[in-house]
Design a protein around this ligand. Sequence first.
Ligand code: SF4
Ligand code: SF4
Length: 156
Amino acid sequence: MAFTCRQCGTCCMYLGDYIVIEKQLGPFEFACESVSTGTQFVAVIDEDKREIFADHSFPEQHPHACRFLRPDGDLIRCTIHRDSPAQCKYYRCVVMRIADPSGDPIGYVTGNLSLHTEDPGLRAAWEMADREIPHRHPDAEGRYRGFLEAHGYRVE
Ligand code: SF4
Ligand code: SF4
């Protein structure tokens, strides 16, 4: 399935300790660090999001959220979309939704190929696939998908 971010903000709600503002450089410009990779970067608030960024009630109410996250109508959006670090830009929260042969949803897979399921049969099939498919294979995602479909699961 092609991944489309719904801008729900869920993945950024506990990243306040990982995307850190080190210094304010200007009204909308910040020196930052992505702590997990040790990458320093300068973030300028996107021009079309400066109004929502200026309201600090959301970060005050959600102290663990990334400092750049803000509500915008029904969405919760990153206000540094242009300058956000690579791991943010390429993050995909769901790359496969898996259903059993009758179509009942039983699990999903995140962009780093982690399975989330309570179903022991699916867990066992995934572990079997894990032993056969190298994670670094250029088409690992497609190979996992094919493996599950060959074992009767429906994958979207
Ligand atoms: S990547 Fe997923 S969890 Fe994060 S904002 Fe987009 S839809 Fe929500
Ligand atoms: S920089 Fe943007 S995408 Fe990355 S954690 Fe913060 S709000 Fe989320």
